[in-house]
Design a protein around this ligand. Structure first.
Ligand code: SF4
Ligand code: SF4
Length: 439
């Protein structure tokens, strides 16, 4: 079925889905893993292990009593080497647990399939699994699956748009594990009493559309929606509009328009977790970019240093100038190859000098292209100006916090202004002012 609606703005980006036909390959156990206590939106976890402790696969090593948070598990068996702060690319320090692996991959004795008979127990089991949005957002899944009681949810939307260039992790999940996807959908439908499921896939992935249509054919409550390929089609609000025609107002959530949106890998994980009880300890990562010798899709244990993942893919054929965690539109540039793979890492991209070059910024020519490209109806040029000036009042007046940092404005800007970095800085200024009790 074709989507009836199409969001305003966005941009056409080249796809570069070079690894679409690369079957997922399992990477072995590294010598050590480094597992940060913040791999999700919300409160960081407190480590519950110390230096010298022995840990096993699936054991909880970090937890929090805050609602918006998610427990963190060991992906390996071994001995805790260190518990210390680690500097991340965003400039924040996060406590991380370093584990020297023993290569035995002994499973923690508490691992068993969860039992639940109602939605409350199900949500609690999902929290215990450590699942966060696997599409890259990292929002705790148990929070997503617990809409306020006064919000009636009638539709579950499965996000398989994967609109960022290069990334093929969601695509491979559909090709390799489509029955798991359907089984995860069925569990959520049954437990939460949802009657309507829409699976959104961009029309540049005909094989994924064919496969999902085939496996969903027996259940007329599940429909595959063919979406036009346009970035950022996979952003939550755009996807909701494209699949249902419902508009989520600024400051509101999907539950306010009766929907829950889950990534395709996340629902597939739920199916596996219900069968095995093994929490989230591994992730499929697309490894690509002009510098990588053997691009592919790799199943990686969480906490594996990205240097090891690149080595597994043959290392660098051309010296990389820029390493991105995530896609080229929303990914975060890394300052070190010691950075570990996180729960929501969906891609590692390495660009050489030619492809990584940042064009020199020019003065704004007030062409308005950034405004036309913004899917959130914002005025990126004004956000940029007010961020530079530190004008909190104007940043709020132009709704800076509604920016989803999709990068469409910067992509189309002929003056090559670093709009997203500037807007991120503007948002940080607004948060800081709010914390101080300012505007
Ligand atoms: S696209 Fe760039 S040059 Fe054009 S108005 Fe926006 S910021 Fe200015
Ligand atoms: S202002 Fe924000 S939401 Fe709008 S195009 Fe730029 S990055 Fe995307």
């Amino acid at each position: 079925m074709f989507a009836r609606n199409f969001f305003k703005g966005g941009t056409k980006v080249p796809h570069f889905k070079n690894t679409a036909e690369c079957e997922t390959v399992k990477m072995g156990v590294p010598e050590k893993v480094v597992i940060p206590m913040l791999q999700h939106v919300g409160a960081p976890c407190e480590p519950c292990v110390k230096k010298g402790d022995t840990v096993r696969v699936g054991q909880v090593i970090g937890n929090s009593d805050k609602y918006i948070s998610s427990p963190i598990h060991s992906s390996v068996s071994g001995t805790v080497n260190d518990v210390a702060p680690m500097l991340f690319a965003g400039g924040i320090y996060v406590t991380a647990v370093e584990i020297k692996t023993d290569g035995k991959q002994e499973i923690y004795e508490g691992i068993k399939p969860p039992s639940f008979s109602n939605s409350k127990e199900f949500i609690s089991a999902i929290r215990e699994s450590g699942l966060v949005g696997l599409g890259g957002a990292g929002f705790p899944a148990h929070v997503k699956l617990s809409p306020p009681p006064d919000k009636k949810i009638d539709t579950l939307i499965i996000n398989a748009a994967e609109c960022e260039p290069y990334i093929t992790s969601d695509y491979r999940e559909i090709i390799e594990n489509s029955w798991n996807v359907v089984s995860g959908i069925n569990i959520i439908m049954e437990i939460l009493g949802i009657e309507n499921v829409l699976i959104g896939i961009e029309d540049n992935k005909p094989e994924a559309i064919k496969e999902m249509t085939r496996v969903a054919a027996t259940d007329d409550r599940i429909n595959v929606i063919k979406l036009k390929s346009r970035y950022p089609q996979g952003a939550e609000k755009m996807l909701i509009y494209a699949t249902t025609g419902r508009k989520v107002p600024p400051g509101k959530l999907p539950a306010d328009v009766g929907v829950i949106v889950m990534n395709v890998n996340s629902v597939s994980f739920i199916s596996e977790y219900i069968k095995t009880g093994m929490p989230l300890i591994k992730k499929r990562v697309t490894v690509d970019g002009p510098s990588v010798k053997r691009p592919g899709n790799v199943e990686v244990l969480i906490g594996t240093p990205i240097s090891e993942v690149f080595s597994f893919c043959g290392g660098f054929g051309i010296v990389p100038k820029k390493i991105l965690m995530g896609g080229p539109m929303m990914g975060i540039a890394q300052y070190t190859l010691d950075t570990p793979v996180l729960k929501h890492t969906n891609a590692l991209l390495a660009f050489d000098e030619t492809t990584a070059v940042l064009p020199k910024e020019q003065a704004c020519i007030r062409c308005g292209r950034c405004v036309r490209a913004c899917p959130m109806n914002l005025l990126p040029l004004y956000l940029n100006n007010n961020s530079i000036r530190g004008n909190i009042e104007e940043l709020n007046r132009y709704h800076v916090m509604d920016c989803i940092e999709c990068g469409s404005c910067a992509y189309v800007c002929p003056a090559k202004i670093n709009l997203v970095q500037s807007i991120r800085l503007g948002k940080a200024q607004v948060r800081q002012a709010a914390a101080k009790g300012g505007n």
